[in-house]
Design a protein around this ligand. Sequence first.
Ligand SMILES: Nc1ncnc2c1ncn2[C@@H]1O[C@H](COP(=O)(O)OP(=O)(O)OP(=O)(O)O)[C@@H](O)[C@H]1O
Ligand SMILES: [Mg+2]
Length: 244
Amino acid sequence: MSILEVRDIHKSFGGNRVLKGVSFSVKEGEIVGIVGPNGSGKTTLMNIINGVIRQDKGSILLMGKDISSLRPSGRAKLGMGRTFQITRLFSNLTVLENVLIPLHYGSPLPATEETAIEIIEAVGLSHKIRDRAGSLSLAQRKRLELARAIALKPKVLLLDEVFAGLNPVSIREIVELLLKLNREKGITLILVEHVLKALFKLTRRVLVLSEGRLIFEGSPEGMVKDPEVIKAYLGERYLKDESA
Ligand SMILES: Nc1ncnc2c1ncn2[C@@H]1O[C@H](COP(=O)(O)OP(=O)(O)OP(=O)(O)O)[C@@H](O)[C@H]1O
Ligand SMILES: [Mg+2]
């Protein structure tokens, strides 16, 4: 059965038609990648799936239930987690406090320091537990953003460019962490990503969004050979990166 169903989503901002009928479904326990050029509507699609913005047309189903009219907090309670392309942390609070907040508000997990510490260990931030979020590096802020999403015990986790700006070591560590979350906790992962090398270590199924429409759905191997995907997204940049 599908854990998530996205049905014919349309969205315009003023006269700008950003999503033009996007439909796909994700099975429980799957890892799916969504890629596409800048401005193709990926973040808008994530925002619609978790309820940050409302679609003009279409619906979102979580475990068969239409959640289109719920706010993000209501969707989170049903198991929809999310990290943001631009991290949304409380800079003046410590790492521990940043994780305790979602544990206190809306998580089925016990809102104890012990739970928070366990999650912080899982994302590799134990050594920063008493540091203010504002003092963290980009890679550490991304780990903390992930910890805050995990604290809500999601069934489906949406990740918007979790690898952007990270060095290869951090990327490898976060790939391992995500694989562990998927295997051990059964969390379904949907990743919007430009770092294809990392994405392809995680997923066997990729969707390509271009100008608000899905132009490809299939394996990474199929994707990199698809003429329309090469034209719309990969172009010379990818071919150059791969030969480097
Ligand atoms: N709140 C908004 N108001 C008006 N226009 C918006 C808004 N959010 C997004 N857009 C427009 O929608 C289009 C798609 O943006 P979106 O952020 O979804 O793209 P993206 O695929 O995530 O790009 P990137 O890879 O750069 O993150 C862009 O033209 C953007 O300017
Ligand atoms: Mg985006």
